[in-house]
Structures are given as structure tokens and as C-alpha cells.
Design a protein around this ligand. Structure first.
Ligand SMILES: O=C(O)c1ccccc1NCC(=O)[C@H](O)[C@H](O)COP(=O)(O)O
Length: 255
């Protein structure tokens, strides 16, 4: 499946027509995670479908979901822009930027400089770069290009080998540990505990995927991560604001 997704992305890059840049006020993902309402920063995701779970919701009110995430105290919003596998759309980024003040992470399979430039023009504040889907030299180039444009990167690793190799190329400011094995789709939040010692102590760490319960959040908070990225659990909730409020209850930071 992953090979198939990357083949699709190569074809999309070949056909990509650069959009006109939209005017947006960029906000920092890193800062939002460090200054979150809760003790753990929350990147709340908007995705209609996924390869592992199929259709998550029948209809998608992108602006309404973004507002409910912001109202409940999310630090940032992750927006799937891939259509073939996640039913996402590129225009959702601007829709979310218009609806809320939170940083927007473009969630897609970014493998080429053209997609980085496109993300900037679409109005994203940050992009996802996945270590497992490209050469590390390419990852470094895309990372540097993004920061030159004023975009931040969430650099994603899944295992210790990726984490070790990554540090030989770049010292990412924000690292995501994907608890989902992208080859098998299995999730285990223990993956975060396994990888944590291999990551830079200076990086802002986000645990991603398979996070469902308050116990999961307490476990991750005690490991010392700065934030979590949650998709399916929030998308499937009947009341998303209430879901966040009850998952993060008593986790509010007193300033
Ligand atoms: O979600 C999938 O099935 C998936 C399959 C292959 C590659 C990526 C995939 N998901 C992208 C993500 O990173 C997740 O949407 C995100 O981490 C949130 O995960 P979850 O909370 O488990 O929905």
C-alpha cells in the first residue's frame, strides 16, 4: 500500500500545477505545542477516510470541525490533503485557516520540492515529512526548503533505525513518532517509549496515531512527550469538542 501511495504521489507531482499563493497569517506549530492549553499539546486531525479504516465519516464540515477543535483547546490542526487514500482536499487548508487561528499542518506524502512550494502557496503553516518514504538527502533538502519559505516541519519516524539515521542528516525541531507501522498499519503507542531515547533532547516530540483513551494520554505525558496527534478517535466522536474536553480534563495547564 505504501509503495502504491508513493507511486500515486510521483504521478501527482508530475501533473502538479502550482496554485496562486493565498494570503494568510502564518503561526508557529512548535510554539503552539509548547504553549498549549493542556499539559500535552494536541494536534487534532481532519480526515474523512484512511487506508486502514476506510470511511470514517460520511460528510465533512471542515470549518465546523476546525472550530470545534479550537473551541475545545487544540493546539493545532492537521489536515489531510490526499484525495485517493484519505478523501482529503488541498483547499481544506485555506478553509481551516479562514475558520480558526491555530497552526495548520499539511498532512500528505511530501516527497518533492514542488509539493513544499505548493504547501506554502496553499497557506499551510507546517508540513509532514516522513523519513520512511524517501532518501535522507532528499528529506534534508525538503526540510531546508520548507524553513527557508517560513514553513515548519513535523519530521516523522517510526523506528529506532530511522531515528538514528535522521539525526545524522538533520536535527529537526519537531519530531513525530508514528505509532503506526506504515507497512502493516498496526498501531502500538509503546512505539513512542521505544524510540524516545533515540531522539534529540532538544526536539519537540509528538506521538502520532492509535491514541484513543485518557490512559493513553497519561502514559504518553509521563513519557515526557510534548504533544499528541489524534485523528480517528476525534473524527468518529459524536461531539468532538466534548470528546477533547473529557479526554484532556484535568490536563489544563495553569498559567
Ligand atoms: O491512517 C492510516 O490508515 C494511514 C495509512 C497509511 C499511511 C498513513 C496513515 N495515516 C496517516 C496518519 O499519520 C494518521 O492519520 C495520524 O497519525 C492519526 O492517526 P489516528 O489517530 O490513528 O487516526
Amino acid at each position: 500500500m505504501l509503495d502504491q501511495i508513493i507511486a500515486t504521489k510521483k504521478e501527482e507531482v508530475r501533473l502538479l500545477e502550482m496554485p496562486a499563493p493565498v494570503a494568510v497569517k502564518r503561526v508557529s506549530l512548535k510554539q503552539a505545542l509548547l504553549e498549549s492549553t493542556f499539559d500535552l499539546g494536541l494536534i487534532a486531525e481532519i480526515k474523512q477516510a484512511s487506508p486502514s479504516k476506510g470511511l470514517l465519516v460520511e460528510t465533512l464540515d471542515v470549518k465546523g470541525i476546525a472550530r470545534s477543535y479550537q473551541m475545545a483547546g487544540a493546539s493545532a490542526i492537521s489536515v489531510l490533503t490526499d484525495y485517493p487514500y484519505f478523501k482529503g482536499k488541498k483547499e481544506y487548508i485555506k478553509q481551516v485557516k479562514d475558520a480558526v487561528d491555530l497552526p495548520v499542518l499539511r498532512k500528505d506524502f511530501i516527497i518533492d520540492a514542488k509539493q513544499v512550494e505548493e504547501s506554502y502557496r496553499l497557506g499551510a503553516d507546517a508540513i509532514l515529512l516522513i523519513a520512511g518514504v524517501m532518501e535522507y538527502n532528499q528529506l534534508r533538502e525538503l526540510y531546508e526548503q520548507a524553513y527557508e519559505l517560513g514553513l515548519e516541519c513535523l519530521v516523522e519516524v517510526h523506528d529506532e533505525e530511522e531515528a538514528h539515521t535522521l539525526l545524522q542528516y538533520i536535527k529537526p525541531e519537531i519530531v513525530g513518532v508514528n505509532n503506526r507501522n506504515l507497512k502493516t498499519f498496526q498501531t502500538s503507542i509503546n512505539q513512542t517509549e521505544l524510540i524516545l531515547p533515540s531522539l534529540s533532547k532538544e526536539a519537540v516530540i509528538v506521538s502520532e496515531s492509535g491514541i484513543r483513551t485518557k490512559d493513553d494520554l497519561i502514559y504518553l505525558k509521563n513519557l515526557g512527550v510534548h504533544g499528541v496527534l489524534m485523528g480517528e478517535t476525534l473524527m468518529k466522536a459524536t461531539d468532538r469538542s466534548k470528546a477533547i474536553e473529557s479526554l484532556f480534563a484535568n490536563e489544563r495547564t495553569v498559567r
